[in-house]
Design a protein around this ligand. Structure first.
Ligand code: EPZ
Length: 467
C-alpha cells in the first residue's frame, strides 16, 4: 500500500486548479445508460471512484467509445446492455454504483444491484431509493444481498415505470439522483418533494434535460420530471469539485498562506465560506475563483453543524475540524448527517490535537502547534483532514492507507507541491508494520519507535478497512 510523507511547516502560496466534481461525474456517467446515442463527458476527475464507475458501466455493456485528454474526457454509448447486474465486488468498493439501478430499471424494465452495505461513516441504507422506485410501480425484491427491481408490465407494450409523486422524508442526494434518472423515461410526470439541492444534483438535472426529458425545479426542494420514451445523448462538462475547493481554502488558512483556488464558486460553498469568515479568514471573490489568506489575528474558533445544502457540507466537516485544531479557543463541530463521521479524531489526537467527542458533537481546544506522527486514513474525507493537519504540523507525518485519498482527490500531492508543500508518495507493497515493542526501542533496542506490532494491529483492526 502506498503512503504519503508530509514534512510540515511550509506556507502554501500560489494558484491551484480544482478538478471536476467526483460526486457530479458519477451520476452523470450512469445517465449514459439511458440512451443509445453518444454521451460526451468532459472534466471527469481522474480518481479511483470514476474508474470504478467506468468498470461497472463496461460490465453492464456500455461502450467506451473514446477516452480523451488523459482520461478526463469520456465518450460513451449504450446501444443495449449485456447485463442488468451491478455485482457486489464493484458496488462494495463504491456505493454510488447503486445509481445504476434507476437507469437500468427505467430503460430496460429490470435491474439487479448489490445493496451497497455500510461504510466507515455509517450504515448508508438505500430505503429512500427503493421506496421511490416502488412508488413508480416497480416490484422490489431483496435477497442474498441484492436488490431486484422490475418495472410493471403493461399488456403487450414493454414494462415501463410510471410517473409518481415522491415525498422524500430526508433530502437524500443519492435518492434524488437515482429517482430523477428513473423518472427521465417513466410514463408521465414525476414530482420529487423535499429533493436535495446540492450543486451535483443540479448538474445531473442539466444533463437529463439536455437529453430531452423536461426537468423543472432542480436546485429547489421540488423537482418535476416529464419522462420520454427515448432520450438523446449529451455533451457536458462536469462542474468543479466544491469539496476539493473547500479543502484547499482550509489548507491555505492552516499554513498561513496566500492561495487562489481556481474553480471555487461562491454559490457552491455558502455554508463553508460563512465558517471561514467567522474563523477570520480574508476571502476575495473573483469569477470562478477565490483568494484566501489567514486573518491577521490568527484562526478564530468556530461553531459548525453539518446540514444538507445550502447548509455546512458534511464532506468538509473533517477538514474544518483540522482547522479548528489550530484555532485560538474552543470550537464545536456537530455531525448531523452521518452517524459515524469522526473516525479522523483518534488520528488527529496522534498529531497533538485536543478533541473531546460527546455523541455527535466534538469539542476542539485549539493548540499552538501540531506535531508530525504516523497516522492512518480511514475514509476519504478523514484522510484529507490528516493531510491538512500534517501540512501545518512541525516535523514529518507518515500517512498510511492513502487509497482512501485516491478515491476522491486527483493528483493531490502534485497540487500541494505546486503550492510549496513538501509532500511525497512512497509507493510500496503491502506495508508491513515491523516494529520493536516500545520498551525495547526505549532501551536502545533499535528499530523504529512507535507502536508495538500488537498495538499497531489492534489499531488497524479497530479502524477497520472501509470501502
Ligand atoms: C452523497 O452520498 C455523497 N456521495 C456523499 O459524499 C455526501 O456525504 C452525501 O451525499 C451527503 O451530502 C456521492 O454523491 C457519491 P445521502 P449519499 O443519501 O447520496 C441517509 C464523499 O465523501 N439515507 O444524502 O449516500 C444516509 O444514511 C461522499 O464524497 C437514508 O437513510 O448521501 C445519511 O445519513 C461521502 N436512506 C443521509 O441520509 C437512504 O435511502 C444522507 O445521505 C439514503 C440516505
Amino acid at each position: 500500500m502506498d503512503e504519503i510523507i508530509i514534512r510540515g511547516g511550509r506556507v502554501l502560496r500560489g494558484t491551484v486548479d480544482v478538478s471536476g466534481a467526483k460526486n457530479a461525474a458519477l451520476p452523470i456517467l450512469f445517465a449514459s445508460i439511458l440512451t443509445p446515442e453518444l454521451c460526451h463527458l468532459e472534466n471527469v476527475p481522474k480518481v479511483a471512484d470514476c474508474r470504478t464507475a467506468r468498470h461497472l458501466l463496461e460490465r453492464i455493456g456500455v461502450e467506451l467509445v473514446e477516452l480523451g485528454r488523459a482520461g478526463s474526457t469520456l465518450v460513451l454509448r449504450t446501444p443495449t446492455v449485456t447485463s442488468h447486474d451491478a455485482p457486489y465486488e464493484l458496488v462494495k468498493t463504491m456505493r454510488a454504483s447503486f445509481l445504476a439501478m434507476g437507469p437500468l430499471l427505467t430503460r430496460f424494465g429490470y435491474a439487479r444491484v448489490a445493496t451497497p452495505g455500510g461504510c466507515a461513516i455509517g450504515t448508508r441504507p438505500v430505503n429512500l431509493h427503493l421506496d421511490g422506485f416502488a412508488a413508480m410501480g416497480a416490484e422490489i425484491h431483496q435477497r442474498s444481498g441484492y436488490v431486484e427491481a422490475r418495472a410493471p408490465s403493461r399488456g403487450e407494450s414493454p414494462a415501463r415505470l410510471r410517473g409518481a409523486r415522491i415525498p422524500l422524508p430526508f433530502p437524500s442526494v443519492g435518492a434524488t439522483e437515482n429517482l430523477m434518472l428513473a423518472a427521465s423515461m417513466a410514463q408521465g410526470t414525476t414530482v420529487i418533494e423535499n429533493a436535495a439541492l446540492e450543486p451535483e444534483v443540479v448538474d445531473l438535472a442539466a444533463v437529463v434535460a439536455s437529453m430531452g426529458a423536461s426537468v423543472r425545479g432542480a436546485g429547489t426542494s421540488v423537482i418535476e420530471v416529464d419522462g420520454r420514451d427515448e432520450l438523446d445523448g449529451f455533451h457536458h462538462r462536469v462542474i468543479p469539485d466544491r469539496i476539493e475547493a473547500g479543502t484547499f481554502l482550509i489548507a491555505a488558512i492552516m499554513t498561513g498562506g496566500d492561495v487562489v483556488v481556481r474553480g471555487a464558486r461562491r454559490s457552491h460553498l455558502g455554508g463553508l465560506l460563512e465558517v471561514l469568515e467567522a474563523a477570520g479568514a480574508r476571502l476575495e471573490y473573483g469569477d470562478d475563483q477565490i483568494r484566501v489568506r489567514r486573518g491577521h489575528d490568527g484562526i478564530r474558533p468556530v461553531e459548525v453543524r453539518t446540514a444538507p445544502f445550502p447548509g455546512f457540507p458534511t464532506d468538509l466537516q473533517a477538514q474544518t475540524m483540522a482547522l479548528a485544531c489550530l484555532a485560538n479557543g474552543r470550537s464545536t463541530v456537530t455531525e448531523a448527517i452521518f452517524e459515524n463521521r469522526f473516525m479522523h479524531v483518534p488520528e488527529l489526537h496522534r498529531l497533538g490535537a485536543d478533541i473531546v467527542v460527546d455523541g455527535s458533537t466534538a469539542r476542539i481546544e485549539g493548540v499552538r502547534r501540531l506535531e508530525g506522527a504516523e497516522v492512518m486514513a480511514t475514509d476519504l474525507r478523514a484522510s484529507v483532514s490528516l493531510v491538512l493537519a500534517a501540512l501545518a504540523a512541525r516535523n514529518s507525518t507518515r500517512l498510511q492507507r492513502i487509497y482512501h485519498l485516491d478515491r476522491g482527490y486527483e493528483a493531490l500531492e502534485a497540487k500541494l507541491v505546486g503550492l510549496g508543500a513538501d509532500v511525497e508518495r512512497i509507493r510500496g507493497p503491502a506495508a508491513t508494520f515491523v516494529r520493536r515493542p516500545r520498551a525495547a526501542a526505549a532501551a536502545g533496542g533499535g528499530g523504529e519507535s512507535g507502536d508495538a506490532p500488537s498495538t499497531m494491529v489492534a489499531r488497524a483492526s479497530q479502524l477497520g478497512d472501509v470501502s
